[in-house]
Design a protein around this ligand. Structure first.
Ligand SMILES: Nc1ncnc2c1ncn2[C@@H]1O[C@H](COP(=O)(O)OP(=O)(O)OP(=O)(O)O)[C@@H](O)[C@H]1O
Ligand SMILES: [Mg+2]
Length: 408
């Protein structure tokens, strides 16, 4: 996370003064302050700086004094309690490993979410591609852009879409007041909040999506960042497809020093070193590691599961076994969600969310190991006696659900 913002303008006594600020997780810390303000402060007898951090609340109080709205020290004495309430808050889980790559995606997503018209942003992508990881990073980076903070809500454990609104209400610590419907309570509580909610894993509760629109309509300063294997298909939704990590060019594998900086390879190395401290990239294993990453399409979860096997198998041996991917990619960490501990579970989670008709089409398409054109899929279905009129819609739906992807 970059520690610095370039410059932020704060309204000060009716004028604007550029104020470069350093970001810290819990408060804004003075880095340097514009001259006009500093000279105004010279005439101010109030002990403003002391050893306290300069928070937005203190700045507003100072601005009020300078504007003549208050002229005693008390108006600057922002109570600790108030500061704790107003300070941008976050309950984002802190990842236990470093984020690899994703510089462009981070920048693009931050820019999108900073645009006032972008209120609902959905990160889509296939199982284990890194949607949650990226969303967490972006939410962390934007924490100080939301006066009322950012809030993380994991929807993965829910079995019933009807539980989405109650889960949001309870995880935000809102109090039920008897007869009021929970969606109304949420609308009232969030109405004047400048807040970002990160709703993680929406695909299996997607039928609740229209409630999100209602919430956004009722709460003008609220924004939602959603991760989902399937697009929500709501008006005003901005979709962002998360693609696998960058891979080395198989035709021209770079030397070891460059290879280490290719995100998919970097991820493999970092996870392999976590289970075997003496694991290194060498001229002997560089090609096998590259091929493992290519074989796994740069998919972070699959790479992590493969790298966990480096404890037992040299990359060359691991590569040979990847012919039977679902049998090898099974040793996920115990603190991963169950659906991510094996590749089979990960795929099953998506597959089970398909309708019967979509499952049938997906089975047909899996006959094409290297991909297929729409025409080829239609021809196969026709030859096998399926209703071809529905193939187009079916393929579109599998694309929306991130079970197929389109190559340029
Ligand atoms: N850029 C990255 N750097 C480091 N680790 C990553 C990165 N992207 C993903 N991972 C790791 O890969 C695994 C899968 O990522 P993540 O859970 O974000 O995928 P997902 O797309 O949200 O999957 P799902 O669809 O199952 O929710 C996690 O262990 C995550 O920490
Ligand atoms: Mg996820």
């Amino acid at each position: 996370m970059p520690g610095w913002r370039k410059s932020r303008r704060l309204p000060l006594a009716g004028t604007w003064a550029p104020l470069p600020l350093a970001k810290s997780p819990s408060s804004l810390v003075v880095s340097c302050i514009g001259k006009p303000i500093a000279s105004a402060m010279a005439n101010c007898t109030v002990p403003i700086w002391g050893s306290q951090d300069l928070t937005l609340e203190r700045l507003h109080a100072i601005a009020a004094v300078l504007a003549g709205a208050g002229d005693d020290a008390e108006s600057l004495d922002v109570q600790e309690e108030d500061r704790a309430i107003k300070r941008p808050s976050s309950d984002l889980p802190i990842p236990l490993t470093a984020l690899i790559g994703r510089e462009q995606e981070r920048a693009a997503l931050c820019t999108l979410l900073q645009r006032s018209e972008v209120r609902l942003l959905t990160l889509t992508g296939t199982a284990g591609v890194g949607k949650t990881r990226l969303a967490l990073q972006v939410a962390m980076e934007l924490m100080h852009d939301f006066a009322d903070g950012v809030h993380f809500i994991s929807l993965a454990p829910l079995s019933d879409p009807a539980l989405v609104i109650p889960t949001i209400v309870y995880s935000m610590g809102l109090m039920e007041n008897g007869s009021q419907p929970l969606l109304d309570l949420l609308k009232t509580s969030l109405h004047d909040k400048h807040q970002l909610l990160l709703l993680d894993n929406f695909e299996h509760v997607i039928t609740t999506a229209p409630r999100l629109s209602e919430l956004l309509e009722a709460c003008p300063a609220l924004k939602l960042l959603v991760t989902s294997r399937e697009v929500l298909r709501l008006r005003g939704e901005h979709q962002f497809a998360v693609l696998p990590l960058a891979l080395p060019d198989p035709r021209r594998i770079p030397d070891d020093r460059s290879l280490i900086h290719v995100p998919a390879v970097d991820l493999f190395l970092q996870r392999a070193q976590a289970v075997r401290a003496d694991f290194h990239l060498t001229p002997d294993n560089a090609r096998a590691i590259t091929e493992i990453c290519l074989r796994l399409d740069g998919l972070p979860l699959a790479i992590e599961l493969a790298a966990a096997r480096a404890k037992l198998l040299a990359p060359q041996a691991l590569l040979a076994r990847l012919e039977r991917r679902l049998h090898v990619l099974t040793g996920g960490a115990r603190d991963l969600p169950l659906r991510q501990r094996t590749l089979r579970n990960t795929l099953a989670w998506s597959y089970e969310l398909l309708s019967e008709e979509e499952q049938h089409l997906f089975q047909r398409i899996s006959a094409f190991t290297g991909g297929a054109t729409l025409e080829a899929i239609e021809a196969l279905c026709e030859a096998l006696g399926d209703k071809t009129g529905r193939v187009f819609d079916g393929v579109a739906s599998l694309l929306d659900k991130s079970l197929l992807y389109q190559q340029a």
